[in-house]
Write a protein that binds this ligand. Structure first.
Ligand code: ADP
Ligand code: MG
Length: 721
């Protein structure tokens, strides 16, 4: 008998090599996790086949006849197969070996490329297997169809799986019996049989339900343990201080905090005042004012004698945060300087591209504690960055960071610091429960009062007059005192793109299909074009992209922020977080090349200053899928709705984010948008179990499954470097 770790080669001899090379499948367990893509129940529709198509279909032999060939020696075999309505010719130039199997009334699966002969469609020498070979003539049985494994036909896969199931001992079941009973789930062994050799649809469904639950459950147990470990940690309480920086800051805020900002602020303050480190996720609509919430938390940390670090995903954003925070704090950020306020601190910036002198200065300020607030990019994570006393870590726009990076920064405190994670886009609840399931969540729902709405329109690039009108609108806005962004998907210096979330259509297998054909607009060329654009004559137009030297980027962004530049032609470096309230119009070129959430994020850069925002999505395509996406963005400004739409179009691995989903850890059965009820049930069971048995001592099989998942995540993480 075999177990899941048994090698395949002794069981299925020759096919084993193909599984290994084509699909990286080596063990019984690997093969059993090679799930069928779909099932066939009936004859395939032969009326729908087209020349050149690779057909894998179930059909019945209607007639078969042999005759001697004219030009050559030998006998050929002419077979007609049928789906009951449509017929298809099948020809073998050597009848030998086939005539016995292909007799009228026999049923089989046929696979081959459809050709044309004498203006009739036909299959020549297709691969086939007669169903009776393993189905004992049971016409009701579902036939699993697998993805291709090198040159193996799907039925060879089926036969291999059957042989493996025949010799397999009962497989261990990671789901606790109590959970299986409560949720009425079949055993893992039954589920494997149900998936690979089902007798009926309900059996497939039940098998899937069981495997889906298992995925959700193992994931939630992992999160429950992570949460529990975090709750067991001890840190320094950071209760703030009366008469400190926070009070001074609040007193000079030029606006009223929204009710949401106040509420989240007090939740954060309460949690930071405890000796258990805070682990909170702050999500909110674009423009809902997350930065102020974060800054107030950072001031609480400083008021408590500690330091706060703000981790930003890009240099542009880090530099902007540094500028904004310094400006908002005014003399509160001039600690140790003449004219600084009494309780003042300093705000340090640390990025990878600073000069050695700047860097050394910043590192020193951080190490001796003169810098109460440190803003930076990944550079903050490096080993030689030493904090005197790190009290709070804020991770801005989390979608570009993984759990591991959060942990790296967390490790820089003497005791684990409090952690506040902010997402760039609102995320559906169940996604939050899976991706950020170890964090508590707060949501900012309202936008600050006085926010003007953003109108969004789709602009067909090739229609005469539309682009002229677009640049004319930009000209009007700018001459009215506002500023404009023009976003392109690429730089255009042939050095590659600039981090745009460019969509490459993928086929069902996830392999990249044909790449997009039409060349995309690049910032460099468009900048040239706009300098010559009559509608923009006399305006200052500048370029910003990720490959410019850091000081140049800084200078460009600074000029735009001060209103010295009117039009900024940029890549998606401005996607998240950039905050220039005077900007009121955005043109996105090749908008179809961006994801829905990304467009929403981009457009969130305008309409921040009380002026109505305008976003023009320029596209050269009229492909239906692309237009549906663009029209959806134009139709609503509800980030939650758009996030849902965006995620529903992605593959699961992408939803869970690169950090959570290595190749091996992708969810096969669980869809985080569709299976809300499963995720909730699994979360309830998982958290209850971990509360009762934190070390999973009573569940060694489950403990092993959880370990395997965590290891796979870590391996995927290391692989990516
Ligand atoms: P996001 O949540 O997208 O990060 P920001 O923090 O960048 O949003 O805030 C967007 C803009 O709104 C900033 O210019 C900020 O100063 C301003 N803002 C934040 N809170 C308020 C408020 N309560 N009232 C008015 N303006 C606010
Ligand atoms: Mg922000």
């Amino acid at each position: 008998m075999a177990t899941e770790s048994s090698k395949l080669s002794p069981i299925i001899a020759t096919a084993a090599k193909k599984f290994a090379t084509a699909r990286d499948i080596h063990t019984v367990g690997d093969l059993l996790a090679f799930w069928p893509r779909r099932y066939r129940t009936r004859e395939s529709d032969l009326g729908a086949v087209t020349p050149g198509e690779y057909l894998v279909g179930v059909a019945e032999v209607k007639s078969a006849s042999t005759r001697p060939m004219k030009a050559r020696k030998g006998t050929m075999l002419n077979v007609v197969i049928t789906d009951g309505t449509h017929d298809l010719d099948v020809t073998f130039f050597k009848a030998w070996g086939h005539e016995k199997a292909l007799v009228p009334g026999a049923r089989g699966i046929f696979a081959g490329t459809v050709g044309v002969y004498n203006r009739r469609l036909q299959l020549t020498h297709p691969g086939y297997t007669m169903l009776d070979d393993f189905d004992a003539g049971d016409r009701k049985a579902l036939i699993p169809i697998y993805r291709a494994v090198g040159s193996l036909h799907t039925w060879t896969v089926t036969e291999s799986v059957r042989r493996v199931l025949d010799v397999l001992d009962d497989v261990p079941d990671a789901l606790p019996a109590s959970v299986r009973e409560r949720r009425r789930l079949m055993s893992r062994m039954d589920a494997l049989r149900g998936i690979h050799t089902p007798d009926s649809w309900p059996e497939v469904e039940e098998a899937r339900r069981r495997l889906r639950y298992e995925e959700a459950f193992v994931l939630q147990v992992t999160l429950a343990q992570r949460r529990r470990a975090a709750e067991g940690q001890v840190t320094t309480a950071r209760p703030g201080r009366a008469g400190g920086l926070l009070e001074a800051f609040d007193a000079r805020l030029p606006f009223e905090l929204t009710a949401g900002q106040r509420e989240v602020g007090s939740t954060i303050a309460e949690e930071m005042a405890r000796e258990v480190p805070m682990h909170r996720l702050l999500q909110g609509e674009v423009g809902s004012g997350k930065t102020v919430v974060a800054l107030r938390a950072m001031l609480t940390a400083v008021d408590s004698g500690g330091q706060a670090a703000l981790l930003a995903p890009t240099e542009v954003l880090a530099a902007q945060h540094h500028r904004t925070i310094t400006r908002m704090l005014g003399d509160l950020a001039e600690g140790g300087m003449l004219g600084g306020a009494d309780s003042a601190t300093r705000v340090a910036l640390l990025t990878g591209s600073q000069s050695t002198a700047e860097r050394r200065r910043a590192l020193l300020d951080i190490a001796v504690g003169d810098a109460g607030i440190v803003v930076g990019t990944h550079a903050l994570l490096e080993e030689h960055v030493d904090f005197l006393d790190l009290a709070l870590v804020v991770v801005d726009e989390q979608h570009r960071f993984g759990v591991e990076q959060r942990d790296a920064l967390r490790g820089k405190g003497k005791l684990p610091p409090h952690v506040l994670v902010m997402t760039a886009t609102p995320i559906p609840r169940t996604v939050a429960m899976t991706v950020f399931g170890d964090l508590e969540t707060s949501t900012l729902r309202e936008l600050p009062a006085g926010r003007a709405p953003i109108a969004t329109h789709v602009v067909p690039e090739d229609r005469p007059g539309w682009m002229e009108r677009t640049w004319a609108r930009v000209g009007e806005e700018v001459r009215g005192g506002r500023q404009a962004y023009v976003v392109c998907p690429r730089i255009g210096d042939d050095g590659g793109d600039d981090g745009a979330d460019l969509r490459v259509e993928t086929d069902a297998d996830g392999d990249a299909a044909a790449a997009p054909q039409r060349p995309m607009h690049g910032v460099l060329a468009l900048h040239e074009a706009l300098l010559a654009e009559p509608a923009l004559a006399g305006l200052t137009v500048e370029v910003l992209h990720g490959r410019m030297p850091a000081d140049e980027k800084d200078a460009v962004m600074g000029r735009f922020q001060r209103g010295e530049t009117q039009v900024l032609v940029a890549t998606t470096v401005i996607e998240v977080g950039v905050d220039v309230p005077n900007a009121s119009v955005m043109v996105v070129m090749d908008a179809d090349r961006f994801g829905v959430s990304q467009l929403h994020q981009l457009r969130g850069r305008v309409g921040r200053g009380g002026f109505p925002g305008l976003c023009l999505l320029v596209t050269g395509t009229d492909a239906e899928a692309a237009m549906t996406r663009l029209n959806a963005v134009a139709a609503t400004t509800d980030g939650f709705e758009l996030a849902r739409l965006d995620l529903s179009q992605r593959r699961e691995g992408d939803i869970l984010g690169a950090a959570q989903s290595g190749r091996r850890t992708q969810l096969e059965f669980l869809h985080v948008l569709e299976h809300e009820d499963v995720i909730e049930a699994a979360r309830e069971d998982a958290f209850a179990l971990v509360a009762a048995d934190p070390g999973l001592d009573g569940q060694p099989l489950l403990a092993a499954a959880v370990r395997a998942r965590v290891d796979a995540e870590q391996a995927a993480w290391l692989e990516r470097g």
